[in-house]
Write a protein that binds this ligand. Structure first.
Ligand SMILES: *Cc1c(COP(=O)(O)O)cnc(C)c1O
Length: 441
C-alpha cells in the first residue's frame, strides 16, 4: 500500500489524513467527500520554489488552477507565494474574490473572449499569454481603450509533444494552441507584438503535455525555445525577459507511475537551460513554470460510501459507490487508473477482486477495474487516492447528482472549503415552462 503525504492508518484501522480520521469526516460532512492534505500542497509548492532559489534562478511558480480552483485553494496558493494561471473569466473572477494579487495572475486560453480580455485588462493582471493573431489585435484595442500596457507572453508550439513516456517530434505541430514555431508564425507574432504600443512582450511560453515522468521532453522544448530566442535576438533585436516552460509534471496514481521529486524536475531542466544559455552566450531570463496536477493531485483523496454489489459468477464482481463520473470523470474520459482502500478497514487483508462502479446511468461509469479488497458491504467506506487534480474541477451534475463537498485537513483540524451542493442548488437556474398550448384543460 502506498500512502501520500500525511496519509496513514490510525489505531482504529481508519485512514487518517492531516491528523484527521476520514471516517469521522465522512460522518460529519457526508460522502462522497474530497479531502485535501494541505501540508502536502505546501510541501510541493515549496519544493518547486526552493529549488529555483537554491539554483539562483529568478522564477515564478504559477499554479495552473484548472486542476482545482476554489476560493480557499487560491488563498492557500497566495499564502505559499505562488503565481496563478487562469483560463477563463470564471477562474479569474474566483481569483479576484479570493483577493489573489493581480500582478501574479496569468491568463491562458486559445479563444479568450473580448469580455474576458477586457476583464483582464481592467483588473490589471500580471500577464496575458497570447495564443493567436486575433488576440494580438483584440488585446491591443482593449488596452488602448483602457489606457493600460499589458505584459504578454506568446504561446508557441515547439513541435515536441510529450506522451508520458515518449515524445513525438513533429515538423508542423498539429495543435489548437499557440503560434507555430516551424512555419515562422511565432516570429511573425513577435514582430507584430513588439510594434504594438500597448503590449509589452516579456517572452515566450510553451506547454508540452501532461503527466510527464522525466525531463527529456522539457529539455528538448527548452532548447528549442532558447535557440529560437537567440535567432530572434540576432535577426530582430528582440530579447526575452521571461521564458515559461509550462507544467505537466507527473504524479504517482498507481504503481505503474514513477515520477521524480519536484525538486529534481527543476534541477534537471533548469540545469540544462543554464548550460544551453551559456553556450548561446545569452542572458538568463526569468523562468516561469506552471504545475497543476503535481501541486494538488496526490494531496486529494475521495471518500465514498460503499453501496450495492453485483456478482456475476465466474465473470466479475461489481461494487458500487455513491459517486462516480459525476465527481471523477477521468477514468471514463481517458482510462485513468487509481488505487483505493477501504477507509474504515485499511489493514484488513484483501480477499476478493472487485470492480468499482459509479452510480451514473452509463456503463462506462467505472472508477477502478479489478481492485483487490477485503469483502466489503454497504457499511464500508472506500478511499480513492490521488483525486486532487481534475476531480472537483471536472465534476458535473450528470443525472442531477449533486457535487460533493471539499474539506481541507491540516494539523489535526478539518475545514469545509466547498459546501456540498443541494437539490435547491440544482434547480437554481431553472425557469418554469410557459405553455403556449391552445388546448385548454
Ligand atoms: C493544463 C496546463 C498546465 C498544467 O498541467 P498539469 O499537467 O496539471 O501540470 C500548465 N500550463 C498550461 C498552459 C496548461 O494548459
Amino acid at each position: 500500500m502506498y500512502f501520500h503525504g500525511t496519509s496513514q492508518v490510525n489505531d482504529r484501522g481508519h485512514l487518517e489524513i492531516g491528523g484527521v480520521d476520514t471516517i469521522e469526516l465522512a460522518h460529519q460532512y457526508g460522502t462522497p467527500l474530497y479531502v485535501y492534505d494541505v501540508a502536502l500542497i505546501r510541501e510541493r509548492a515549496r519544493g518547486f520554489q526552493t529549488t529555483f532559489k537554491n539554483m539562483g534562478v529568478k522564477a515564478q511558480v504559477a499554479y495552473a488552477s484548472k486542476a482545482f480552483s476554489s476560493i480557499a485553494m487560491f488563498q492557500l496558493a497566495k499564502e505559499e507565494g505562488l503565481s496563478l494561471d487562469v483560463v477563463s473569466g470564471g477562474e479569474l473572477f474566483t481569483a479576484l474574490v479570493a483577493d489573489f494579487p493581480v500582478e501574479r495572475i496569468h491568463f491562458h486560453g486559445n479563444n479568450k473572449s473580448y469580455e474576458e480580455l477586457e476583464m483582464a485588462v481592467q483588473k490589471k493582471i500580471g500577464c496575458v499569454v497570447v495564443d493567436n493573431f486575433l488576440e494580438l489585435d483584440l488585446l491591443q484595442e482593449i488596452c488602448e481603450k483602457n489606457d493600460y500596457i499589458m505584459p504578454i507572453l506568446l504561446r508557441v508550439t515547439p513541435g515536441i509533444e510529450a506522451h508520458t513516456h515518449d515524445y513525438i517530434l513533429t515538423g508542423q505541430e498539429d495543435s489548437k494552441f499557440g503560434f507555430d514555431l516551424q512555419s515562422g508564425q511565432a516570429k511573425e507574432a513577435m514582430e507584430i507584438a513588439v510594434k504594438r504600443s500597448h503590449l509589452d512582450i516579456l517572452g515566450i511560453h510553451c506547454h508540452i503535455g501532461s503527466q510527464i515522468f522525466e525531463t527529456t521532453g522539457f529539455k528538448m522544448a527548452a532548447e528549442k525555445l532558447f535557440d529560437t530566442l537567440k535567432e530572434w535576438k540576432e535577426e530582430s533585436g528582440f530579447e526575452a525577459r521571461v521564458v515559461n516552460l509550462g507544467g505537466g509534471f507527473g504524479i504517482r496514481y498507481t504503481e505503474e507511475d514513477s515520477p521524480i521529486p519536484v525538486s529534481r524536475y527543476v534541477e534537471e531542466i533548469i540545469g540544462d537551460v543554464q548550460t544551453h544559455v551559456k553556450k548561446l552566450n545569452m542572458k538568463m531570463p526569468e523562468i516561469w513554470i506552471e504545475p497543476g496536477r503535481s501541486l494538488v493531485g496526490d494531496a486529494g483523496t475521495t471518500i465514498y460510501s460503499v453501496g450495492s454489489k453485483k456478482e456475476i459468477p465466474n465473470i466479475r464482481q461489481y461494487l458500487a459507490i455513491d459517486g462516480g463520473m459525476s465527481d471523477n470523470i477521468r477514468p471514463a474520459l481517458y482510462q485513468a487508473k487509481y488505487e483505493a482502500v477501504l477507509a474504515n478497514r485499511v489493514n484488513d487483508k484483501a480477499e476478493e477482486t472487485v470492480s468499482i462502479a459509479g452510480k451514473c446511468c452509463e456503463s462506462g461509469d467505472m472508477l477502478i477495474w479489478d481492485l483487490p479488497l477485503p469483502k466489503a458491504n454497504h457499511e464500508d467506506y472506500l478511499a480513492v487516492f490521488c483525486t486532487g487534480a481534475y476531480g472537483y474541477s471536472m465534476a458535473n451534475n450528470y443525472n442531477r447528482i449533486t457535487r460533493p463537498a471539499v474539506v481541507f485537513v491540516e494539523d489535526g483540524e478539518a475545514q469545509l472549503v466547498i459546501k456540498r451542493e443541494s437539490f435547491e442548488d440544482l434547480i437554481r437556474l431553472d425557469l418554469p415552462f410557459q405553455s403556449k398550448s391552445k388546448i385548454l384543460k
